[in-house]
Write a protein that binds this ligand. Structure first.
Ligand code: PRP
Ligand code: URA
Length: 213
């Protein structure tokens, strides 16, 4: 994705896009919405974790002894941005059950659209882990930039950010302010509206996952 630099990967995968189309539908209810976010989390994690470091291990098959590869160490952290990021966690942990989970609490101020921090708890040693931050929505990019800055402040280095839908404004902001972060986007949408909602988007992800309004 040349427009934003080499660390931005827009998946546009048919299986993911199909599920995102179902998420976009305003008639999709909470149950189905939650299930789809979980499934998309798993599909996106499958791609985002394709460069996990591996090491050689010996194994004896029924036929012979051989060397094979396994994921090196158990150093993965999954960090959802509360609240909506929580919806992707079960899909990601299904792929790597040994992953540790951190939490970053942020919400957007309704009038300024600036992120307001209220919680941060990360697994140790964060500096040794590959960190997958997840949030379904990357809109202005304020929450993503703030979350990544907090993780870096705590020592985090290898950071991936996985979002289901992004606006160009948010991709630009995150990739400019944190160019080292590998950003995985399910679908890239057109723009933000005057309320900083993604168009066409899917509405408020947190409200649709948790059934709040
Ligand atoms: C949503 C979303 C992101 C943020 C994106 O969370 O889940 O965290 O907005 O917007 P931004 O890119 O402009 O910062 P929200 O603030 O609605 O909180 P919630 O998940 O608790 O509902
Ligand atoms: N947060 C959401 O949940 N949806 C948007 O469109 C923008 C921010």
């Amino acid at each position: 994705m040349g427009e934003f630099g080499g660390n931005v990967i827009v998946l546009d995968h048919p299986l993911i896009t199909h599920k995102i189309s179902l998420l976009r539908d305003k008639n999709t209810g909470t149950n189905e919405f939650r299930k789809l976010v979980e499934e998309i989390g798993m599909l996106m994690g499958f791609v985002a974790l394709s460069d996990l470091p591996m090491h050689e291990v010996p194994v004896e098959t029924p036929i012979e002894k051989t060397m094979t590869k396994m994921i090196a160490g158990r150093k993965l952290a999954i960090v959802p941005i509360l609240r909506a990021g929580l919806g992707m966690v079960s899909g990601l942990t299904a792929l790597v059950p040994s992953a540790k989970i951190g939490h970053i609490g942020l919400y957007r101020d309704e009038s300024t659209h600036e992120p307001v921090e209220y919680f941060c708890k990360l697994p140790h040693p964060i500096e040794e882990r590959t960190i997958v931050v997840c949030d379904p929505m990357l809109a202005t990019g304020g929450s993503a930039v703030d979350a990544v800055s907090q993780i870096k402040k705590h020592g985090g280095k290898r950071i991936k950010f996985v979002c289901i839908i992004a606006a160009p404004e948010g991709v630009k902001k995150l990739s400019e302010l944190h160019p080292d972060v590998q950003l995985y986007v399910g679908n890239l949408d057109r723009e933000l509206n005057s309320d900083a909602y993604i168009c066409p988007g899917l509405g408020d992800a947190g409200d649709r996952i948790f059934g709040t309004k």
